[in-house]
Structure formats: structure tokens, C-alpha cells
Design a protein around this ligand. Structure first.
Ligand SMILES: [Zn+2]
Length: 92
């Protein structure tokens, strides 16, 4: 019984960890992608991605669908481009 409950919580947790396209679309946040090989990066419209992949698509999964336009590598990572990140740290 305790085991079942714990498994349920873990599943919930895993689902919560991956931000979905629909969530950042609502928040007006785009997707920031970067290449692990050459460092090329780009911000991609979450509206465009949600139209292509669906609003339930997990943001970190987007990287696996991308190919770097700089070097052609498929080793691409993605995360929500939250405006609060970086702006404050970069101030001054
Ligand atoms: Zn690259």
C-alpha cells in the first residue's frame, strides 16, 4: 500500500519536472535551444513548436527533434526561455 502510493508520487513528480509546451505558451515564454557541440543557440517561438509538436510535448524533449543549423549536430538541448533567468544576474 505504501509502495503504491510512493510510485504514484514519483510519477507525478516526473510529470511535473518536464515543462510542457502548452505551459510556456500560456506564459508567453519561448524555447531556448543550444547545440552542445558548437555552442550555436537560438530562441524558437513556443507557438510555432506547439503547433508542430502539440501543447503536451515536453520542452526538454524538443532538443532531440532539433538539428543544429550551425554544424548539423543532433546534440541539441532545449529549455524554456524564462525571462526572469539571466536578466537579474546580468544586471550591471
Ligand atoms: Zn552546432
Amino acid at each position: 500500500m505504501g509502495q503504491h502510493k510512493r510510485r504514484y508520487i514519483e510519477a507525478e513528480d516526473a510529470r511535473r519536472r518536464a515543462t510542457q509546451l502548452g505551459e510556456i505558451l500560456q506564459a508567453g515564454v519561448d524555447v531556448f535551444c543550444w547545440c552542445n557541440r558548437c555552442g550555436h543557440n537560438a530562441t524558437i517561438s513556443s507557438a510555432r513548436l506547439a503547433a508542430e509538436l502539440g501543447p503536451a510535448f515536453a520542452v526538454p524533449e524538443i532538443g532531440s527533434r532539433m538539428r543544429c543549423s550551425g554544424c548539423g549536430s543532433k546534440d541539441v538541448a532545449a529549455r524554456p526561455d524564462w525571462p526572469s533567468l539571466g536578466q537579474i544576474a546580468r544586471h550591471g
